[in-house]
Design a protein. Structure first.
Lengths: 308, 408
């Protein structure tokens, strides 16, 4: 009898080999309900949300036009000037000059300007949001416990997945593109601002408190300056990630160096892809070197820290 | 100096670390041991029933080994740490009752702190570090820079204004820390193991500098250290802290000569007593004082004494030592009748504030106990070899003889 029972079970035990999943019909219903709900949401609030981002769009368009319409020689002069101001190195300034001359010579000037525009705006947006978030996170363990998983999701979720709701809400264009870039690029600056402030020498902070510094004075006089090396590393990473996002953002209509790359993937234009890819790399290297040189120069006081 | 109201008064201070410190306070009051408290409730007892009175103008040293709670205690003075129970009264103000704003004001003006690892701002120049306290108070730049320069030169760091802390040696960095603390002109200076991170030689230099500064400034200094030699050298009074409980509070010589318990005794065992104890602490009451000029009278007096020597004073000034034999010899030559102070031998004297170490060579050369005479010529007492040896060898055997008065 016992033996028979078991045999019966065996016959009926497909759940051992096949995962007991929900009915296909239920799943379809669930997906439909969620999609419908979100579509409903974007239909009713899409305009309002778009309106909210309008100032950003205007600024973005204005900035892009500025870069595109200004004489190339002026733009180039400003870029090289900024580089020199940031890092006081003729070598690096020369490198920037050479790279942009080559980019222009190979006919990628306009696309590069568009990319530069969107990267600049995305970076400033990321810093403007990310640094305050990082500061709040450093001040409260509870905020940290909420923000950290959110950052984990932002960094691991495939970019294409969060492009879907963004496009559903805002359609195709510059604003959804820049939002996608910001989502992708903001985690490092938040994380490193938080880390940097939390790592500030307890005794230095205590000293400031002992001299009667209030919260704001501690933040500006001690925490931010001492966290600067970490924050600068975060800024650097944010810029790099924003650049890496250029190609993906081009899939939702962001013009710039990403679009020719996308075109060359679908049409197998090897050289076109390579040239535009190299232009992105060149911009990345320039941003990286310049921001690092600036960081190093502004932290000169740390020199000789380890000697006595 | 003894009667005045203390500047800082700590009363029944308790500090318990853990999730709900207030909840375990009944247990603490029941005198539960530190280990039991930790095992039963997961709370750590940091400080237990601390009572301290610190007087204006003294250097008060709190001494203890690591984990004794001394750094926790000093952080209660300016409420970098809040107590679980108890009150802290500074200059009549209950620090616990201050609002956040008032507390900030209090920290800006009343006391400042020097830290073990300096706590300097690495991104600011030495000058701006020293001026930090004033910049927090929003003092105009020109004014605070001028003050900072002044203090920098006081601590001997002129010319280093534009350097960054990382370019300075440890001793120099701590001098910046000291200048920074003094720059706000606080009444009270909290020094948390301020010299512990420095090399021995630099440390003793800094101690000298602190003593020198204190002679000029007369601040009230609370000094934390784990080094008994440092405590004895700097402290007007010393509190010894063990496992969050005060073992003993007293003047250095009291602690050295009358340790309150085995713990303190173990501590003081290796101390170089000769350097710490001063002559007035171990001397005996004055004896055999002759003020007369008449030899016969003197001889008569001397015959009544146990000792065959006496100290001669003339018009309140110490003249020297005479023995009975020598006086009798003088008397055997009738006709000559010199005044007493002309027939005594010149003898050495000791000053009351001399350390035993400095007194030792004189002591060894003398055949008699040496009189202790203060700067005004007043006869304070005598110091004999036996008394000195006893004080240097073992404190417990001399407690009866040794003067450890409070009213110095």
């Amino acid at each position: 009898m016992a033996l028979k029972d078991i045999r019966l079970d065996m016959a009926d035990s497909s759940w051992l080999t096949k995962f007991p999943s929900m009915e296909r019909a239920d799943l379809v219903a669930l997906r439909k309900a969620m999609d419908g709900g979100f579509r409903e949401f974007s239909r009713s609030y899409g305009d309002a949300i778009e309106g909210f981002f309008d100032p950003l769009l205007y600024f973005l368009v204005w900035f892009e036009k500025l870069l595109l319409n200004a004489p190339w020689i002026v733009v180039l002069a400003v870029l090289v000037g900024l580089t020199y101001a940031a890092c006081r190195s003729w070598k690096l300034s020369g490198l920037v000059l050479g790279s942009f001359l080559l980019i222009g010579y190979f006919g990628m000037w306009a696309d590069t300007m568009r990319t530069l525009g969107i990267i600049t705006v995305a970076t400033f947006l990321s810093l403007g949001v990310g640094i305050p978030v990082g500061i709040t996170m450093a001040r409260s363990d509870r905020v940290q416990s909420i923000v950290t998983p959110a950052l984990d999701i932002m960094q691991t979720m495939p970019a294409f997945v969060y492009l879907i709701p963004v496009v559903m809400l805002l359609g195709i264009g510059k604003v959804p593109g820049i939002i996608a870039v910001v989502i992708y690029a903001i985690p490092p600056v938040i994380r490193l601002t938080n880390l940097g402030i939390r790592m500030v020498d307890r005794e230095v902070l205590e000293a400031a408190t002992a001299f009667g510094a209030n919260k704001t004075q501690r933040l500006w006089n001690v925490q931010l300056p001492l966290a600067m090396p970490n924050i600068m590393a975060g800024i650097n990473q944010t810029i790099m990630m924003a650049l890496a996002m250029v190609v993906i953002a081009s899939m939702i209509g962001v013009k710039g160096l990403g679009q020719p790359v996308l075109k060359s993937i679908t049409n197998q234009y090897f050289t076109l892809g390579l040239l535009n890819g190299l232009a992105i790399v060149a911009i990345a290297i320039m941003f990286d070197r310049v921001s690092q040189a600036y960081a190093k120069r502004s932290q000169k006081y740390l020199g000789g820290m380890h000697g006595d | 100096m003894t009667d005045q109201e203390p500047l800082i008064r700590i009363k029944n201070l308790y500090k318990v670390f853990g999730e709900k410190p207030k909840a375990v306070m009944p247990l603490v009051h029941e005198d539960i041991s530190k280990d039991d408290l930790l095992a039963q409730t997961g709370h750590a007892l940091g400080l237990k029933d601390i009572n301290l009175d610190i007087k204006k103008g003294e250097i008060f040293v709190i001494m203890g080994l690591s984990g004794s709670g001394k750094s926790t205690l000093i952080r209660h003075f300016n409420r970098l740490i809040d107590p679980t129970e108890g009150s802290i009264i500074v200059d009549g103000v209950d620090v616990m009752s201050l609002s956040q704003k008032e507390l900030e004001e209090f920290r800006r003006h009343k006391m400042s702190m020097v830290f073990q690892r300096f706590g300097l701002l690495p991104h600011r120049t030495v000058l701006n570090n020293v001026a930090f306290g004033l910049s927090i108070q929003k003092v105009p730049k020109a004014e605070r820079d001028a003050k900072a320069r002044e203090w920098l030169s006081t601590v001997g760091l002129e010319g280093y204004e534009e350097q960054y802390p990382a370019q300075l040696s440890g001793g120099q960095q701590q001098r910046v820390g000291l200048a920074r603390a003094l720059c706000t002109d606080p009444e009270i200076l909290l020094m948390d193991e301020a010299f512990s991170a420095l090399d021995p030689l630099i440390r003793s230099g800094m101690q000298d500098q602190l003593i020198e500064l204190q002679d000029k400034l007369h601040k009230t200094i609370v000094f934390i250290t784990h080094d008994l030699d440092e405590a004895l050298r700097l402290g007007d009074r010393i509190a010894i802290l063990k496992d969050g409980v005060l073992s003993q509070v007293g003047k250095p010589e009291e602690i050295l000569l009358n340790p309150a318990d085995d713990y303190v005794e173990a501590f003081v065992r290796d101390v170089n007593r000769a350097r710490v104890l001063s002559v007035d602490v171990v001397m005996q009451p004055p004896i055999n004082r002759l003020t007369t000029a008449n030899i016969d009278e003197a001889l008569k007096k001397m015959r009544g004494w146990d000792e065959d020597y006496a100290y001669v004073f003339h018009q309140d000034e110490y003249q020297g030592v005479v023995t009975q034999d020598s006086l009798e010899e003088v008397c055997e030559h009738p006709g000559t009748n010199p005044p007493l102070h002309e027939c005594c031998e010149d003898g050495p004297t000791l000053q009351p504030d001399m350390s035993l170490q400095d007194a030792l060579p004189t002591m060894l050369e003398s055949d008699y106990p040496i009189p202790v005479v203060d700067a005004d010529g007043g006869y304070q007492g005598t110091l004999c070899k036996e008394g000195m040896v006893e004080a240097l060898v073992n404190s417990n055997d001399v407690d009866g003889d040794v003067k450890t008065s409070d009213a110095a």
